[in-house]
Design a protein around this ligand. Structure first.
Ligand SMILES: Cc1cc2nc3c(=O)[nH]c(=O)nc-3n(C[C@H](O)[C@H](O)[C@H](O)COP(=O)(O)O)c2cc1C
Length: 419
């Protein structure tokens, strides 16, 4: 049986080990993790989700606190239209995050950034333009457009000097979404350099309906996309994602004609993952019945998470003055409305079941989003005598994907004290 290592991903003149780390916001796919991917010859993604909060965490800046000071007078008002991101400060935070990561880059792989369109930030167009151009200015190797159709995103950066040199890709969950994107990309005479096809078993937000995600499967969508591109004579590398758990799963996709795989779930429990230690253990303990797809994300997309995710049912006060990443162009977020309904006539702690304050919970790593196969993570490591699971290194999991055959998963060597 073949190993993933027999294949290479070609993007322009470059060749990579065909393993891409999917972006995991906010800062679950850390710079350290992405740098490991690059060192090992693959492509790692950082994410620009909530980049001001990420910068505060990484570099001790005060973007979040300063924004709160500016807008705290609005904290009790449901109307957040005035809460705006200062575009220069946003640029500064994005630049810090990307520049520092690229300065520390090692190896011949790539470091890309995942940019979600649904992070509307009370000013969708301009904030996205700043995020994209700051990443390019700061030397990012590539950008992956995610969580949205991104019909206008290429237009936003078409005049940037690196528009034709940075690798630009898009995540889609259907051929329909891809064809819409390609039509718009033609207007600026720029095809995407790669397409990630994300199926229904992925972590984070899903591009499928809550009721019908089970009807779809990644192999069928990938085949449809591959056939379409071939018919049109478009040589765009296709990178499937979602539920690819072993190197052998990956080989099956490469033998179908895919160019690489994108993976995330298995890296959530590595030392380099930004998740907190307790969350990593909960991911490792999870069983299949502990996972759900729900509609609590204010983005309107279904999201997969552990049922015990602390974000579920939590009634924290909306925190838009400090964060506000999901405010739409009119300053609305469906959590504010849900919070208002749940708190009407009530005093003290409340529970909000309909929606979650995703900004607050992602910032505190309390929204435990996961891939469908989170319940198989326990099979990838050792249970230690103290009842906890051993964490892995990013390099260990990467190499397991790269070299494994016959769906085998290599366990890590036990820590010295346990031998
Ligand atoms: C914890 C977690 C967080 C994620 N966050 C994001 C995100 O912020 N943006 C995004 O486009 N995809 C996100 N994803 C999806 C991954 O990038 C990836 O495409 C997918 O999960 C791959 O499938 P796998 O997790 O089964 O390997 C996330 C996935 C996980 C597991």
């Amino acid at each position: 049986m073949k190993k993933l290592d027999k294949f290479r991903l070609r993007l322009g003149k470059q060749e990579f080990v065909p393993i891409m780390l999917g972006g995991m916001g906010m800062d679950i796919s850390t710079a350290e993790m992405a740098i490991e991917f690059s060192r090992l010859g693959g492509i790692g993604h950082i994410s620009d989700a909530m980049v001001e909060a990420v910068s505060d965490r990484r570099f001790g800046t005060h973007f979040v606190k300063d924004k709160y000071q500016l807008y705290k007078r609005l904290a009790s008002s449901p109307n957040k239209a005035e809460v705006q991101f200062d575009l220069e400060l946003l640029r500064k935070a994005a630049t810090l995050h990307v520049e520092k990561t690229m300065n520390e880059k090692r190896g011949d792989g790539g470091i890309y950034i995942n940019c979600m369109e649904k992070l509307t930030m009370n000013n969708p167009k301009e904030t996205l333009q700043v995020r994209l151009s700051a990443a390019m200015d700061a030397g990012i190797d590539g950008i992956t457009l995610s969580a949205g159709l991104h019909l206008g995103s290429f237009e936003l950066i078409k005049d940037h000097p690196r528009f034709r040199d940075v690798k630009l890709g898009i995540i889609v969950s259907s051929l329909r979404a891809l064809t819409l994107f390609l039509k718009r990309a033609a207007r600026v005479d720029r095809l995407p350099d790669f397409v990630v096809v994300e199926g229904p078993l992925a972590g984070g937000h899903l591009g499928f309906g809550l009721e019908d995600w089970k009807k779809y499967n990644l192999k069928d969508i990938t085949t449809e996309v591959l056939n379409h591109l071939e018919e049109k004579g478009l040589a765009i590398p296709v990178i499937p994602a979602g539920g690819i758990f072993t190197g052998t799963d990956g080989v099956e996709f490469l033998e179908m004609g895919a160019s690489a795989i994108q993976v995330a779930n298995r890296f959530t429990i590595t030392e380099e993952s930004g998740l907190l230690a307790d969350a990593k253990q909960e991911y490792l303990k999870a069983t299949e019945s502990d996972v759900e797809v729900n509609m609590t994300s204010p983005t309107g997309y279904p999201m997969r998470m552990l049922k015990i995710s602390p974000s579920t049912g939590s009634g924290v006060k909306p925190n838009c003055e400090s964060l506000g990443y999901l405010l739409d162009r009119d300053g609305n977020c469906s959590y504010i409305a849900a919070y208002g309904r749940a708190s009407e006539g009530k005093k003290g702690r409340i529970s909000v079941d309909e929606k979650t304050c995703l900004c607050t919970h992602m910032r505190n790593y309390k929204c435990w989003t996961c891939g469908h196969y989170v319940y198989r993570l326990k099979d990838t490591t050792n249970l230690l005598p103290d009842g906890t699971y051993q964490l892995l290194t990013t390099a260990h999991v990467f190499k397991d994907y790269q070299f494994s055959t016959d769906h085998e998963i290599k366990l890590p060597p036990l820590p010295p004290a346990e031998k």
